[in-house]
Design a protein around this ligand. Structure first.
Ligand code: FPP
Length: 247
């Protein structure tokens, strides 16, 4: 039986988040430039989003570009932005065909104008789709996201729109980019690094973490099934005991 067939259909994660890492090392191994690693990384994006859509997973969030990534060599940053535009151009029809809704989180105004415009167009074109929500984290920093939420909450308190005594976890969540999404059940990071790297710090509080040595350009459906299979072997206790969960 294939690995996919062994997955328990009613125990699939609702939301998978992925830190796509290892494009540069993959390129180095091939003796080629880093940007070819990123270009090959588009395969992983395609494979994982199509596989999630097929399985009926509701949310896939991909860490595509962090605020820290702006400090990479200018040539690499420009090439990554060009790649974003080219990928949106080439993939938007596939998103429509697969009923995938594109979404984006991060400091999107920092993107070059053309990339921003293309992204917004694709988000608009796919907005009626009700299958998988594919979220790209672009110019994203979780600390900045939380900081901005705190600033907005403080402003609303000053304006008497919010009572400080009534602020709950849910209040803060409503001010995050991810307000309309459930928290990730599963976080995958490729390339053997075991860090969160300023990604969804609040939202990952109870996520299961899965690290694989596979470099992102080699990540495919089978690797995704492996991650989900591993996730399904875990007992998610959310701070309770096993006995409590059983009863
Ligand atoms: C991390 O690998 C990857 C990135 C910073 C960029 C992610 C981009 C893609 C997967 C390509 C296209 C995606 C979209 C959405 C168009 P790294 O460069 O840090 O690798 P390294 O750690 O081996 O150097």
């Amino acid at each position: 039986m294939s690995l996919k067939d062994q997955l328990i259909k009613d125990k699939l994660p609702k939301h998978i988040a992925i830190i796509m890492d290892g494009n540069g090392r993959w390129a180095k191994k091939q003796g080629t430039l880093r940007i070819f690693g990123h270009k090959s990384g588009v395969n992983g994006v395609r494979e994982s989003s199509e596989a999630c859509a097929e399985m009926g997973i509701e949310y896939l969030t991909l860490y595509a570009f962090s605020t820290e990534n702006w400090n990479r060599p200018k040539l690499e940053v420009t090439a990554l932005m060009e790649l974003l535009i080219a990928t949106i151009n080439s993939e938007v029809d596939t998103l429509l065909k697969n009923n995938i809704r594109l979404n984006a989180i991060g400091q999107l105004n920092d993107l070059p104008k053309k990339a921003y415009r293309k992204l917004m167009e694709a988000i608009d074109k796919t907005k009626e789709n009700n299958g998988l929500t594919l979220t790209l984290a672009l110019s994203y920093s979780s600390k900045v996201e939380i900081l901005n939420a705190v600033k907005s909450i403080a402003n609303d308190c000053v304006k008497n729109k919010l009572n400080p005594e009534e602020i709950t976890e849910k209040t803060l969540e409503n001010y995050l980019f991810t307000a309309d999404m459930p928290d990730p059940d599963l976080l995958i990071r490729t390339s053997g690094e075991q860090r969160i790297s300023n990604f969804l710090l609040w939202q990952l509080a109870y996520s299961e973490l899965y690290f694989t040595d596979v470099l992102w350009p080699d990540f495919n459906r089978e690797e995704l099934y492996k991650a989900i299979y591993n996730y399904q072997t875990r007992e998610r206790r959310f701070g309770l005991t096993s006995d409590q969960l059983e009863s």
